[in-house]
Every structure is written in structure tokens, then in C-alpha cells.
Design a protein around this ligand. Structure first.
Ligand SMILES: C[S@@+](CC[C@H](N)C(=O)[O-])C[C@H]1O[C@@H](n2cnc3c(N)ncnc32)[C@H](O)[C@@H]1O
Length: 403
């Protein structure tokens, strides 16, 4: 192996690396890393090697990711493949030991930086495995990844693996591709907490069920009591709606702008004969329209779940979810029953949990609404987070109780 390039990094990156932040973002230092080198040794302010980084010159923002701070770096780089296998084994074994995952056929085997496998997410979806790359450097290691997984799950055939390139820009948002047949589309069912869901691979960017929200769904068990009325805003394919029905809600209303997702939601309900579909209503319209309609009909709900996309466009302008919350809080309050609860989410790494909470408390004050925060929700179980790495804790939720 050639000598590893030793590169100075930005003073802020030095500080962040020391605090446990595993990314080197684009700046005048990282933009000068040698383009054709897979590894880079980061040098501290006294020109001492401080970390071995995986280099990603093609990524727009994240130019390198921490691999190790363990010396000697040249040996760590030489043994990279063996270390990948070892880290995969540790991550998978951890999930197999988690009793919380026994009621789910969907869970993460690997959760990227939190499993020391930067930019690599791997989900088990019933008997399929979806491998998602947020950095193209993993492309070279596809077969190492699949064979390591097959050693743990020997029944897994090559055609049960799917790969997907994920990213923030539109060009990087690719559909999942089957490992054996690039043109394949796949539809199957999986069970989460006793409910069946339809999963689609190969035909849409997201496959129909957000696995990173499973642990949060379970958390709502205590909140959705028998016979309460639940409103699920931005319902997508209805995971929260089905879960509320399973928990015994007397009435569930789902709202989503997309006819495709509402139809998918109806199919999901149809897969579960134990759920009483007469207790479910679907409104295919915008959340603003739905809240106005429900208010005019004098409808009330004990629990309202609100999980908007991180930003949305009405054709003219983009609005971030956090900005939209002022109107949403006002309008949700109009249809909330006495002592009702709002479960609100923000799904972006660009706003910290603290900032989200502060914004919500400010809005409530401006609107003269009396709520208290009774619970904070976030990633958990198979989706761990890392201290000092806020980008990894992208999901935040609050439970607000009307007082
Ligand atoms: C992040 S997903 C919600 C995920 C869902 N809560 C779950 O856990 O499965 C956002 C959803 O909001 C819908 N959506 C976006 N803008 C909307 C709007 N203005 N009104 C209603 N639905 C909207 C999208 O079609 C999409 O299904």
C-alpha cells in the first residue's frame, strides 16, 4: 500500500473530532485532500497524526468520515476489509441480542456512524436486506458486506439483497436496486408489533415503512389508550394509524396529500383482518385543508400525531417544518379534546432538539396556548445515536399535553 497522505484539517474539525464528531465537512482544507486517495490521515494543529479518515471527494458536504483514532494508521488501512467484517459482526450481534426487536420483522442491523460504519445503513425487512449507502465509497465493498451478512443468516440468497444510494441532493436519490436483477421490483409483507405492512422495493425511494420510527411507535403504547380518537397528520402509508387501531383507538383519521400513499394505507389496513376498518377515515388532502374541515365539523381528538416532511413546497415557496409549526399548533389545538395530547415530530439534522423545543415553546407563548411537554421522543433501540454527533440524532419528537 502507498504511503497514506497526511493532511492538515481545519481547526474547527480538529476540535469537533476530539469531541466525537465523525465528519469532516467541505472547507478550504478538506477540498485539498488528494482526490484519488481512499484514506487520509488527519493532522492536528501540531502536525501530529490524529485520525484515519475515509475520503469521499464526490460528496458535496461530507468530505471525509472518521474510521479510527487507533494507531498505527497504515496498519489500520491495510486491515480495512477485516475491520469492516468485524464491525459488521458486532453490530449485527447487538441486534440479535435485543429482546425489544423480537416483535418486529423490520430493524436496523447497522446504523452507520453509531456502529462505526460511517454512511452505511443496513435494514432487515422480513427476509430481505436493504443496504443503504450515504457515501459511494462502500460501492467497492458490496460483496464483503453481503457475504458477512450471509455468514450470520446462511439462508439469505444473493437475490434477497437490495442496494440503495441515498443522499441529500436529487441526483443522489436513487431507487433500491436488487443485487442480482437490476430491473426487479419486489412486493412483500412484514409484521411490526403484530400488524402486517406492504413493502415495495425497486419502485419508490422509500419502501413503505419507516423502520427508524418503530421504537417511537412502540413508545406511544402508553399514550394511545383504549377508546381514544386519534388524528394522524402526514400519515404516509399509515404506520401510526394502524398501530393506534391495534391499541384500541375508537376512531382513527389519517391525512395525506398523496392518493398513492392513502391507497397504500388502505391496503395495509386490508392486510389486517383483526383491525376494524369502519373505525378508520382517510382524508386525501393537505393538512391545512383537513384541519379546517375537521374544525368546521366540530371533530375532536384525544391524540394528534404530526410528522411533517422536513420541508415542503406549495409550488411558490419552500417552508421548513419548524416554521410551519406555528400555524399547525394553532390549528391542531382547534380540534384537540380537553386534556388531549399532541405528538409532534421534526425530522432533520439541521435543527437540534433544543432549538426545536425552544421554537415550540415560543410559538405556544405567542399563541397563548397552555401546554406542557410531558415526553421527549427520539431514535432508539436498533437506531442508536452518538454523543457529539447531532446529525445522527435527526429525529426529534415532543409530547405536548393540554393543561
Ligand atoms: C415523513 S412522511 C410521514 C411518515 C409517517 N408519519 C410514518 O411514520 O410513516 C411525510 C408525508 O407527508 C405527506 N405530505 C407532504 N406534504 C403534505 C401536506 N401539506 N399535507 C398532507 N400531507 C403531506 C407526504 O405525502 C408523506 O406521505
Amino acid at each position: 500500500m502507498n504511503k497514506l497522505p497526511e493532511c492538515p484539517i481545519h481547526p474547527v474539525s480538529i476540535k469537533l473530532l476530539r469531541q466525537g464528531h465523525p465528519w469532516i465537512t467541505a472547507d478550504s482544507f478538506s477540498n485539498r485532500f488528494p482526490r484519488n486517495s481512499e484514506f487520509v490521515v488527519a493532522m492536528d494543529e501540531r502536525k501530529r497524526p490524529m485520525a484515519l479518515l475515509l475520503h469521499d471527494p464526490q460528496h458535496k458536504n461530507v468530505k471525509a468520515r472518521l474510521w479510527t483514532t487507533k494507531y498505527p494508521f497504515d496498519r489500520e488501512a491495510q486491515h480495512f476489509t477485516a475491520s469492516v467484517q468485524a464491525r459488521l459482526d458486532v453490530a449485527i450481534e447487538k441486534r440479535l441480542q435485543m429482546k425489544e426487536l423480537k416483535d418486529r420483522e423490520n430493524y436496523y442491523l447497522v446504523f452507520a456512524e453509531a456502529d462505526q460504519l460511517p454512511g452505511l445503513f443496513i435494514q432487515k425487512l422480513n427476509d430481505r436486506v436493504l443496504i443503504q449507502f450515504y457515501t459511494s465509497l462502500w460501492n467497492k465493498y458490496k460483496s464483503i458486506i453481503t457475504t458477512t451478512i450471509q455468514e450470520v443468516f446462511p439462508e439469505m440468497k444473493d437475490d434477497q439483497f437490495w442496494f440503495q444510494m441515498r443522499g441529500e441532493t436529487r441526483e443522489l436519490q436513487k431507487l433500491p436496486v436488487n443485487a442480482v436483477d437490476a430491473g426487479r421490483r419486489d412486493e412483500f409483507h412484514l409484521s411490526e408489533f403484530g400488524n402486517q405492512y406492504l413493502i415495495r422495493l425497486g419502485s419508490s425511494y422509500d419502501h413503505g415503512l419507516y423502520t427508524d420510527m418503530s421504537a417511537v411507535r412502540y413508545e406511544l403504547t402508553k399514550l394511545i389508550t383504549k377508546d381514544c380518537r386519534v388524528l394522524n397528520l402526514y400519515s404516509y402509508t399509515g404506520a401510526y394509524s394502524l398501530w393506534a387501531m391495534k391499541l384500541g383507538a375508537s376512531q382513527v383519521t389519517s391525512v395525506d396529500l398523496s392518493p398513492k400513499y392513502i391507497e397504500w394505507l388502505q391496503q395495509n389496513i386490508g392486510l389486517n383482518p383483526d383491525l376494524d376498518h369502519t373505525k378508520h377515515d382517510a382524508l386525501t388532502m393537505s393538512v391545512d385543508e383537513a384541519l379546517a374541515k375537521l374544525k368546521s365539523e366540530n371533530k375532536k381528538f384525544e391524540v394528534i400525531i404530526c410528522d411533517p416532511p422536513s420541508s415542503s413546497s406549495d409550488g411558490d415557496k419552500r417552508t421548513s417544518a419548524i416554521k410551519a409549526y406555528k400555524d399547525l399548533l394553532r390549528n391542531m389545538n382547534m380540534v384537540l379534546a380537553e386534556n388531549g395530547k399532541l405528538v409532534i415530530f421534526l425530522n432533520t439534522h439541521q435543527t437540534s432538539g433544543q432549538k426545536f423545543e425552544r421554537a415550540i415553546l415560543d410559538y405556544l407563548k405567542e399563541l397563548n396556548l397552555n401546554f406542557k411537554i410531558t415526553q421527549r421522543l427520539g431514535l432508539g433501540q436498533d437506531c442508536p445515536t452518538v454523543k457529539g454527533f447531532p446529525e445522527g440524532s435527526y429525529l426529534k419528537g415532543l409530547v405536548l399535553e393540554k393543561v
